[in-house]
Write a protein that binds this ligand. Structure first.
Ligand SMILES: [Zn+2]
Length: 66
């Protein structure tokens, strides 16, 4: 039940390029080139995101990408 409330908030934060955990801007995170069209962003709080450099969209990294 709690998850249903949190998910839209996380999506909203991500759409603004902010960490869903600590709210820090992901543009200030540590960037690692991942390959064609994507970058791995490591937030200061340790959460890992994938940036689609073409669409300029962030998403949470999948387990196998970490
Ligand atoms: Zn964070």
């Amino acid at each position: 039940m709690f998850k249903n409330i949190i998910a839209p908030v996380q999506a909203w934060l991500l759409s603004k390029g902010q960490c869903v955990g600590c709210g820090a801007p992901l543009s200030k995170g540590k960037v690692e080139k991942k390959g064609e069209g994507s970058e791995k962003i490591i937030c200061k709080c340790g959460r890992i995101y994938i940036l689609d450099t073409k669409a300029k969209k962030y998403r949470r990294a999948l387990f196998e990408e970490v």
